[in-house]
Design a protein around this ligand. Structure first.
Ligand SMILES: *[C@@H]1O[C@H](CO)[C@@H](O)[C@H](O)[C@H]1NC(C)=O
Ligand SMILES: *[C@@H]1O[C@H](CO)[C@@H](O)[C@H](O)[C@H]1NC(C)=O
Ligand SMILES: *[C@@H]1O[C@H](CO)[C@@H](O)[C@H](O)[C@H]1NC(C)=O
Ligand SMILES: *[C@@H]1O[C@H](CO)[C@@H](O)[C@H](O)[C@H]1NC(C)=O
Ligand SMILES: *[C@@H]1O[C@H](CO)[C@@H](O)[C@H](O)[C@H]1NC(C)=O
Ligand SMILES: *[C@@H]1O[C@H](CO)[C@@H](O)[C@H](O)[C@H]1NC(C)=O
Ligand SMILES: CC(=O)N[C@H]1CO[C@H](CO)[C@@H](O)[C@@H]1O
Length: 814
């Protein structure tokens, strides 16, 4: 036998050269990969909230297997492990290159691997709006008891523990124990361990993922649960802030703030930082919160786009939420802020409640009064400019007040926008109402209202009017507390009136230089609220359904969003550092909008329901909120939605508001609920047409063999959604009594256009111990080119009304 040995020298040289290239020039970028592996995690062997010797040993064993798997699969020095997940999911996060990740994917025991996608951040008055004080609170001893014994976990930017919304009142101690919960208080910068004061029962932070990124900056991205942003404090106080805390900003009292469940306890899981957020830290927080024993988990943060190579339901993030749900946690997440486009939700799975945002009937308006008596309405939480009875100030446009003969490093756009105090003539602008105009700096995001306010304060403006520019169009303005008198005029038609008046009153010489300013104006009080608006209206930014299964946005048979809650202009606690919003720095409260603000409303209401019915599962709580949600507004008309045209309202559908606007007084007594548990979610996943059982089994660790739904639309949720109904389909549901009394129900249906719906049985009596199976037979009567909507209404003899929305797209038979 002849063995040919390749010449060794050139081979080695090539190898060395190649290695050198790899290290020196084309070193691969590293990312974090989330990896799920075979084997049971700790939580499903032991009960939550307790960590026995046995589970500790099991956890240690899992960590060792993770390390061994990495060491035997990947090249030494090519990776670092970021976390081991061992509580509710068995897996780890590893910081490594794409080529190493490819090796991992093929390794024995690896079920799923996914690259980290990053995460984004997505009320003084809302308790009254939702009817809580006289409704749910009253039944449980009022606000002094609302939410007692319930622990809400918040995965967010942390918390400001010095805020009165989170103070512990020793004169009003908690009456319930929370022995089902065991947390920890991780101290650090600005967060002494005594911050866990009894109201805040636990505070942890997760940073290993974020710290792999060079943009992480420990001087602003504090390694402690302290909230330097404000978002986490806002969210936590909306759900569980103390009752009746005065909202004082810039010395003005806007009313009192209160959480939905003011006596619920708060567990903080900081997992997003001012510089960045990773999915890795987020899932590590879900893992820990579930193990700690939170009752409710609030996610006003999350990945901002669908996963690109797995089904939406089967990404690592959804699997962690499913595991939390399996462990009994009510998981609530923001639907997203990508509205009003369709298919824009970032909440996909039926095991987490996705919350859409609406307006409230409260509005603030302030006005600019011109010297000729014309009154222009604008936006801004501003005090009046007329403090001393002096109603009229000189009106000066910034571009007409530029210092003569100056040379300025910045372009005229910034000067017109009042961004740059050095460029303005102090003698002209002091004591004047100065017109600052929207220009290219605001368009590209390099200018700010904060800079206008700084300029106004430094130069002693009587006030500023920040007006739209006809060339650039209207802008969207949200009220912000101004520390100096000011008004935003976001509509070009209004700003044209101001400019017309200004030009009429302003004398110019030939070259256009102003010789005399004769225009006069004043700014009125803008901080008083009026409560007359149509409400709720689905907010423009609120993400819309239909729900979809992959990045191509193939629709699926689940309704998203699930429910609508207030999320527009919500007053709640803030963190004065406010590192991402300089305009709010120094404030203890902020008025914010987003599905981030709607989410904690649902979390707090879920806490109230859990307090009433400690044995209810998360799906029963979610069902109670959905079937009792209202679909009309305070004018008695169908809920409307904001849309692409800023000044129009559009008719809305369940893809905008889910089941409707949450109604706690009804949710606490729903009559019937539609329960579904972990096994049902497995059946749902196994019945998806777009996947195969092996993929589902791999991702979840469960089995498809015992699961037998005909269609995903058989999942027992309080809605019926069919993305392509070709011919006939039978949909099954099971309702469970929760009223404790026998009750007869009559079944009614408003069929969607193009669909016939028959329900069997048409009426039934459910005993106090009873469950009732329902069969809905749907059949296409007319093919349409879009979804159509209807509803099923079960009307009980004891006045319970149980409604579920139907959304169906009738298509041609294949
Ligand atoms: C806490 O409450 C549980 C159930 O309500 C009870 O079994 C337990 O003894 C209580 N623990 C303490 C320390 O009061
Ligand atoms: C970190 O943040 C501080 C405070 O904002 C800043 O002064 C510093 O330049 C930042 N460091 C880096 C490397 O960006
Ligand atoms: C600006 O320059 C012009 C001509 O160069 C001069 O006449 C005028 O006095 C200067 N104005 C000021 C305020 O310095
Ligand atoms: C409006 O914007 C355009 C383009 O940026 C600019 O040329 C114009 O001067 C602006 N108008 C006003 C009134 O500021
Ligand atoms: C400007 O346009 C809006 C929306 O069309 C309208 O509501 C408002 O009254 C208009 N303002 C004036 C002064 O015409
Ligand atoms: C559905 O409707 C069609 C006619 O519209 C009818 O022929 C068919 O039998 C129906 N199918 C079922 C299952 O009811
Ligand atoms: C409140 C009440 O009576 N609930 C009963 C309803 O029926 C279930 C069985 O499906 C019983 O377990 C509940 O006690």
């Amino acid at each position: 036998m002849k063995i040919t040995i390749l010449p060794s020298f050139p081979f080695t040289r090539v190898l060395i050269l190649f290695t050198f290239l790899l290290l020196g020039c084309v070193a691969e970028d590293r990312d974090i990969y989330l990896v799920l592996v075979e084997g049971e995690p700790v939580a499903f062997q032991q009960s939550r909230g307790s960590y026995s010797k046995v589970s500790e040993a099991h956890a240690e064993k899992l960590v060792k297997t993770h390390e061994k798997l990495l060491a035997t699969t990947l090249d030494t020095g090519s990776y670092s492990k970021v976390y081991s997940f061992k509580h509710i999911v068995n897996g780890f996060a590893v910081h490594t290159s794409a080529s190493q990740a490819k090796k991992l994917k093929k390794a024995h025991g690896v079920k799923l691997i996914e690259k980290d996608r990053g995460t984004k951040l997505m009320t003084s008055y809302t308790p009254q709006l939702l009817g809580l004080p006289e409704g749910v609170w009253a039944q449980k001893g009022g606000e002094k008891n609302a939410g007692e014994g319930i622990v809400i976990g918040f995965i967010d930017t942390g918390i400001n523990p010095f805020h009165p919304s989170f103070a512990y009142d020793p004169l009003n101690p908690f009456t319930s124990n929370i022995s089902h919960f065991s947390g920890a208080c991780e101290g650090g910068p600005k967060f002494p361990t005594m911050s866990c004061n009894g109201k805040i029962v636990s505070a942890r932070y997760f940073s290993a993922g974020a710290q792999t990124d060079p943009t992480f900056n420990a001087s602003v991205d504090l390694l402690s649960p302290f909230d330097v942003v404000g978002h986490g404090s806002h969210v936590a106080s909306t759900a569980a802030g103390n009752y009746g805390v005065p909202v004082v900003v810039n010395g003005y009292n806007y009313g009192r703030a209160s959480g939905m469940a003011p006596r619920a306890r708060i567990a903080v899981y900081k997992a997003i930082y001012p510089s960045l957020g990773t999915l890795t830290d987020l899932v590590a927080a879900i893992d820990q919160a579930t193990m700690d024993g939170v009752d409710i988990l609030t996610l006003s943060i999350g990945p901002d786009e669908p996963p690109d190579d797995t089904l939406t339901f089967l990404s690592v993030f959804e699997i962690f939420m499913l595991s939390a749900r399996k462990a009994g946690v009510f998981v609530v997440q923001a639907a997203g802020n990508h509205g009003p486009d369709q298919y824009s939700v970032v909440s996909y799975s039926p095991w987490a409640v996705g919350v859409a945002a609406s307006t409230t009937d409260r509005s603030y308006s302030c006005t600019l009064i011109l010297g000729n008596g014309q009154i222009i309405t604008g936006v801004g939480l501003s005090g009046p400019s007329f403090v001393h009875g002096d109603l009229q100030y000189k009106l000066v446009m910034a571009k007409d007040a530029v210092k003569a003969n100056g040379t300025f490093p910045r372009t005229t756009a910034y000067i017109d926008e009042c961004q740059y105090a050095e460029a303005l003539d102090f003698n002209l602008v002091k004591g004047s109402i100065v017109i600052c105009s929207f220009s290219t700096g605001f368009l590209d995001g390099t200018s700010s209202i904060t800079a206008i306010i700084d300029t106004a304060r430094n130069l002693g403006f009587a006030g500023f009017a920040f007006i739209a520019n006809s060339t650039l169009g209207d802008f969207i303005a949200e009220p912000i507390p101004f520390s100096v008198p000011g008004i935003m005029i976001p509509r070009t038609n209004d700003s044209e009136i101001i400019l017309k008046y200004y030009e009429q009153q302003t004398h110019r010489e030939k070259r256009g230089i102003v010789t005399k300013f004769c225009g006069r104006a004043a700014i009125s009080e803008g901080r008083t609220a009026s409560y007359k608006g149509r409400s709720p209206v689905v907010s423009r930014f609120s993400s819309r359904g239909p729900d979809f299964i992959d990045i191509k946005r193939n629709p699926t048979d689940v309704l998203k969003p699930d429910i609508l809650a207030p999320g527009h202009q919500i007053w709640a606690a803030w963190s004065p550092m406010s590192v991402l919003d300089p305009i709010l720095s120094g404030s203890n409260f902020a008025l914010l909008s987003g599905t981030s603000m709607a989410t904690p409303h649902i979390a707090g209401i879920a806490a109230l329901l859990k307090q009433h019915y400690p044995l209810w599962t998360p799906s029963m709580i979610a069902s109670a909120m959905s079937t009792t949600a209202v679909r009309h507004d305070n004018q008695g008309e169908a809920i409307m939605a904001e849309g692409s045209d800023l000044y129009r309202l559009y008719p809305s559908t369940p893809f905008d508001f889910g089941a409707g606007f949450v109604s706690p007084p009804h949710a606490v007594d729903p009559g019937l609920v539609f329960p579904s548990e972990y096994e049902d979610y497995m059946s749902f996943l196994c019945s998806l047409p777009n996947t195969d059982p092996e993929t589902v089994q791999t991702a979840t660790g469960g089995s498809c063999s015992i699961h037998s739904f005909d269609n995903p639309s058989d999942l027992n949720i309080p809605s019926v959604t069919i993305s392509a109904l070709a011919g006939a389909r039978v949909v099954r549901r099971r309702v469970q009594n929760v009223s404790g009394k026998p009750e007869s129900y009559l079944v009614g249906v408003v069929p969607p256009e193009g669909v016939m719906v028959e329900i069997i049985p048409p009426w039934f009596t459910v005993s106090p111990e009873g469950v009732q199976d329902l069969v809905f037979k749907l059949n296409v009567t007319k093919v349409l080119d879009d979804y159509s909507f209807g509803e099923i209404v079960l009307t009980g003899s004891l006045n319970h009304v149980v409604r579920i929305p139907i959304s169906v797209w009738p298509v041609l038979m294949a």
